[in-house]
Design a protein around this ligand. Sequence first.
Ligand SMILES: [Zn+2]
Length: 169
Amino acid sequence: MKQGIPDTIKLFRFASRSLTFSQRYQVKDLPRISKLLSNQDSTVDVKLSFNLEEGKIPCIKGEIKLDAALTCQRCLDEVSLHLQPKFQLAFLQNEQQGETLSASFETILNTDEEFSTIEFITDEVLIVIPMTPMHKHKCASYQDTQPINQQKRENPFAILQQLKNTTKE
Ligand SMILES: [Zn+2]
């Protein structure tokens, strides 16, 4: 059964009922993410499945899909990255609880039964946003393009002068 994601995650309650939710958000619905991205109206698709492992450990399996328009740290133009974080989290009351869990789970010590859905999604997206986003192709760096622009502005004699200087060395 699929339904829109409630604003508040009720961890144990959702897990014990094995609920699955999916919802389409927009980047602007996630305040901490929208500060970092320029594509505010772009979609963020989220799917969350809850279940209880070993009859007592609430788990969330999820997938988020979004395009992130960031500023390339090499050429300062926009770079659009497709991000698709997938996660499988087990919420433990104490570390001992996790000892028998499958290693595919990322474990989190947590005693909160309720937390904000938006904050939860935001944290999972923040993990995958690169600190220094860059184009995959070799875009020119600011330093590389600077001399080319200068040459265009200079007159031919100045370039000759430069050549002479180089020969002397
Ligand atoms: Zn670039």
